[in-house]
Design a protein around this ligand. Structure first.
Ligand SMILES: [Zn+2]
Ligand SMILES: [Zn+2]
Length: 417
C-alpha cells in the first residue's frame, strides 16, 4: 500500500512553490537592506530552550510541542517557533560582543501538534526578524515598517497594524492585580482554562477565543490606564516614528499576544482579506528574555510571520512569471543534435530539457503539451544538414525555421515580447 504524508503536513508543489521561492528571495533582499543577517538554527533543540523561552504555562509548551527522548534519553523538541532558538544562539555565540545592535532574520519550518484546519499545518513555515541590543523605540517602528513594506511589495492591500503596550516589570504587576480583581468578580462566566489562567497569568484571558470570556473581557480594565511613565513615553515615541515612516496603525488596547515574554510594544499586522483569524504576523518587544535564558541583560524586539497563511492570502496571484522551458525534441537519430542545442541554451541561462524518451514527433509533442510547455525546438536530420532548428509555439502550433546561430537572439526576443 502506498504511504501518504503525515496528517497535518503537506507537500508544496509547483506551481504554488514558485510563489514560495519568489517570496523568500524578496524577503532576503529586503531584510538585508535594513541591516539584517540571516540565521539558521537547528530545527530541534533541548526541550528546555522552549519551556523556559516560551513559558511553561502557554498552550504551545503545554500541549502543542513535538517532544521526544533521543537515544541517550535527552528530551528534544522540534521547534514550535524560533525566537527562543535565536536567543539561545545569540547567547551561545556571545553576539552581544560582536555588535551593539544585532539584527537577525530567519525563514524555515516550525512544528506544532495542533488540530489541522485550513491554513494551519503541523509543519508550518515562518519568517521572523529579531533585533538585539537596543531599547530605542525607533527599533520597534523600523522593524515593523520593514515587514509592512514586504507585504506591500507582495501586492497586499487592506493591511492594518494593531499596536499596544503590555507594560514592563514596573507597571504590569499593578495592572495584573487590577485585572485579577475584576476577573475574580466574573469567575463563573470564564471558561475552565481562563479560571486557571486568571491566577497564573490573567493577561492571557484577554486573548481567549471563547465567546463567554470575550464578553467578560469587554469591560475589563485597560492596560493603557496602568502604564508607567517610561512605558507611556516609549509607546508615544514608537507611534511617532511609525508616523515618520508613514505606517498607518491603530492603538488596539486589548491586544496582548499569547506569550509571556513580551514587554512594552506588542503588535499584529492584519490583512482584511483573511476573515476572523486574520493576523498574518505579530510580535513585540522582549527586553527580559535574553537575561532570563542565561544571557546578558540585552533588550530585544521581534516578529514572526506565518508563511502558509500569507500564501493563502496571495491566492492565485503570481509573484513572478517563470521563464519558459524549451523542450528540445530529437527527430529520428538526432539525439546528439538535440543535446548540443540544449547545452547552448543552458550555457546562455535558459531552461532547456531534451526529450530523449520521445519515440516520435507526435508522442514528443504530446509529452510537451502535457507538461504545459510553451515552446518546442525540433531537431531532425534535415535541420542539422541545413544548420537550422524549428521553433514551434505550442499555443498556436506555428512553426518557423531558425538558423542555429540566431537561436539565442530569437529566444530572447520571444521572452521580451
Ligand atoms: Zn512600565
Ligand atoms: Zn477563556
Amino acid at each position: 500500500m502506498a504511504i501518504n504524508a503525515v496528517k497535518g503536513t503537506r507537500d508544496i508543489l509547483a506551481p504554488e512553490i514558485c510563489n514560495w521561492t519568489k517570496y523568500e528571495e524578496m524577503a532576503r533582499k529586503l531584510f538585508r537592506r535594513y541591516g539584517f543577517e540571516e540565521i539558521r538554527t537547528p530545527i530541534f533543540e533541548y526541550t528546555e530552550v522552549f519551556s523556559r523561552g516560551i513559558g511553561e504555562d502557554t498552550d504551545i509548551v503545554h500541549k502543542e510541542m513535538y517532544t521526544f527522548a533521543d537515544r541517550k534519553g535527552r528530551s528534544i523538541t522540534l521547534r514550535p517557533e524560533s525566537t527562543a532558538s535565536v536567543v539561545r544562539s545569540y547567547i551561545e555565540h556571545r553576539m552581544d560582543l560582536q555588535a551593539r545592535v544585532k539584527r537577525l532574520f530567519y525563514i524555515g519550518p516550525m512544528f506544532r501538534y495542533e488540530r489541522p484546519q485550513k491554513g494551519r499545518y503541523r509543519q508550518f513555515y515562518q519568517t521572523g526578524a529579531e533585533v538585539f541590543g537596543s531599547s530605542h523605540p525607533y527599533v520597534d517602528a523600523d522593524t515593523i515598517e520593514m515587514v509592512v513594506r514586504l507585504l506591500r511589495d507582495l501586492g497586499l492591500t487592506g493591511l492594518r497594524v494593531d499596536i499596544n503596550s503590555v507594560g514592563c516589570r514596573e507597571c504590569r504587576p499593578d495592572y495584573r492585580s487590577a485585572l485579577q480583581e475584576y476577573l475574580s468578580g466574573h469567575r463563573e462566566e470564564l471558561c475552565e482554562d481562563c479560571q486557571r489562567r486568571m491566577n497564573n497569568n490573567p493577561l492571557r484571558v484577554l486573548d481567549c477565543k471563547v465567546p463567554g470570556c470575550g464578553e467578560v473581557v469587554k469591560n475589563a480594565p485597560s492596560i493603557q490606564d496602568h502604564l508607567c511613565g517610561g512605558c507611556l513615553e516609549h509607546q508615544h515615541q514608537v507611534l511617532h516614528f511609525l508616523d515618520v515612516l508613514g505606517v498607518t496603525y491603530q492603538l488596539a488596547t486589548d491586544l496582548v499576544r499569547g506569550l509571556d515574554y513580551y514587554t512594552r510594544t506588542v503588535f499584529e499586522v492584519i490583512s482584511e482579506g483573511l476573515g476572523a483569524q486574520n493576523a498574518i504576523l505579530g510580535g513585540g518587544r522582549y527586553d527580559n528574555l535574553v537575561k532570563e535564558l542565561g544571557g546578558p541583560d540585552v533588550p530585544a524586539f521581534g516578529w514572526a510571520l506565518g508563511m502558509d497563511r500569507l500564501m493563502m492570502v496571495l491566492g492565485d496571484r503570481q509573484l513572478s512569471t517563470p521563464d519558459p522551458t524549451y523542450f528540445v525534441l530529437p527527430i529520428g537519430n538526432e539525439l546528439a543534435y538535440a543535446i548540443e542545442t540544449s547545452v547552448a541554451l543552458k550555457d546562455a541561462g535558459h531552461h532547456a530539457v531534451v526529450l530523449a524518451e520521445a519515440s516520435s514527433l507526435k508522442s514528443g509533442l504530446k509529452q510537451i503539451s502535457k507538461a504545459g510547455g510553451r515552446f518546442a525546438i525540433l531537431a531532425g536530420e534535415s535541420e542539422r544538414e541545413r544548420n537550422i532548428l524549428i521553433l514551434r509555439d505550442m499555443e498556436n502550433s506555428a512553426q518557423r525555421e531558425i538558423p542555429v546561430g540566431d537561436l539565442l537572439k530569437e529566444i530572447e526576443n520571444e521572452i521580451a515580447e
